[in-house]
Design a protein around this ligand. Structure first.
Ligand code: KDG
Ligand code: MG
Length: 402
């Protein structure tokens, strides 16, 4: 069996997605997500111009060999563009293998370790009362775990708060929006949010929060300590993790569980964090971390150090990533939770999928493969539109992390 064609489909059914379709000479094909929010066309070109020609004629069954060939063969290792492109190929190859076996992908990984995948949804509001109303809606929908984000008094906007509720998408058409940030105002406000939520809803539901890379280790330690009475499931991306040792400082001061890794693209980004048990949850997922083949390696390392998975699942990861991640989640022994930001009905229509939500859990379905396809005709009606994530400045104009 041979790979005979690589199609790269770039479309914008309410937001941009890059999808790889690998076609074999026996008619079986695989689908992989190659979306890198705000840098979509770089990955599309990498696949089209540099990877596609190297795949033609190869045996799609040799997943590991192809992974090593693309990783070692590039000479230039790692990086989000390379690893997203490799991930798309890897996901499509696992899809082909599982389709040929006539099995859902989780069976090839080792079978089910659980009946369903616990997910968390995103509640956000302009102020504390509004956020509480949104949390109530997620509880009514059956969620067992809810991420809560809230507007900060004195800041015109902040990460995670938008007018769209189920389909929150921070990338905007045009050039990057400029947001303003004040750590002092944020640190003052967020404990009040969780105090109110626990007061109103009790402790039955898991609550999570994303600081989106904006604190220093000692500021994160202060926040973690202040949030301890509210028993968060996790505090996410408290600090930029380029310097992995920085997380030691947070750990010295707080027992609030820590999650990080949605921007990681390789095991090397997380090695120290995992081996020194500086985090509790690793957020890497299929599309940005080299596919199922590499994510499995990260999860196996994590399993030795009591670190559990919490795969990124924002709307900029296409349903093809969500499908593949759910098969992974159903198998992975050290599973923690899966993020689930819903896609719009139009995105769902472009990517017909087998996964479904009930009672706070997602299940991947039992179709052979990862269960996600692309309707190319419909995709063609929604062409790419340039869009960027926002940038952030401090109140005095200094460029900061978004
Ligand atoms: O889902 C999350 O936790 C995020 O932080 C979402 C990111 O901002 C988003 O994926 C960026 O493209
Ligand atoms: Mg995040």
């Amino acid at each position: 069996m041979k790979i005979i064609d690589t199609k790269i489909i770039v479309c914008c059914p309410d937001r941009n997605f890059v999808t790889l379709k690998l076609i074999t000479d026996e008619g079986v094909y695989g689908i992989g997500d190659a979306t890198l929010n705000g840098r979509e066309l770089a990955v599309a070109a990498y696949l089209q111009d540099h990877i596609g020609p190297c795949l033609l004629g190869r045996d799609p069954g040799q997943i590991e060999d192809i992974w090593q060939y693309l990783y070692r063969g590039a000479y230039w290792r790692r990086g989000p563009v390379t690893m997203t492109a490799i991930a798309a190929v890897d996901t499509a190859l696992w899809d082909i293998k599982a389709k040929l076996a006539g099995m859902p992908l989780y069976q090839l990984l080792g079978g089910k370790s659980r009946n369903g995948v616990m997910v968390y949804g995103h509640a956000n509001g302009t102020d504390i009362a509004h956020t509480a109303d949104e949390v109530a809606k997620y509880i009514d929908m059956g969620y067992r775990a809810i991420r809560a984000q809230c507007g900060i008094p004195g800041l015109p906007s902040t990460y995670g708060v938008s007018k769209d509720k189920l389909f929150y998408e921070p990338a905007d058409a045009g050039l990057p929006a400029e947001n303003l940030w004040s750590t002092e105002k944020y640190l003052h406000h967020i404990p009040k949010l969780f105090d109110h939520l626990r007061d109103k809803f009790g402790f039955e539901h898991h609550l999570l929060h994303d600081a989106h890379h904006r604190l220093t280790p000692i500021e994160a330690a202060q926040l973690g300590k202040a949030l301890e009475p509210y028993k968060l499931f996790w505090l996410e991306d408290a600090v930029v993790a380029d310097n992995q040792a920085g997380f030691r400082r947070i750990r010295e001061h707080t027992t609030t569980p820590l999650a990080v890794g949605e921007v990681f693209n390789s095991i090397w980004d997380a090695k120290q964090l995992i081996e020194e048990q500086l985090i509790d949850y690793i957020r890497a997922t299929v599309t940005h971390a080299g596919g199922i083949t590499h994510l499995r390696r990260i999860a196996d390392l994590a399993s030795l150090y009591h670190v559990r998975t919490g795969c990124h699942g924002a709307t900029d990861l296409s349903p093809a990533t969500m499908g593949a991640a759910l098969h992974f989640d159903l198998w992975v022994p050290n599973f923690g939770i899966q993020e689930y930001m819903r896609h719009t009905p139009l995105t769902d229509e472009v990517f017909p999928h087998d996964y479904s939500f009930a009672d706070g859990y997602l299940t991947p379905g039992d179709k052979p493969g990862h269960g996600v396809d692309i309707d190319e005709k419909l995709a063609a009606k929604h062409p790419y539109k340039r869009a960027y994530l926002p940038v952030n400045r401090l109140l005095d104009g200094t460029m900061f992390n978004w």
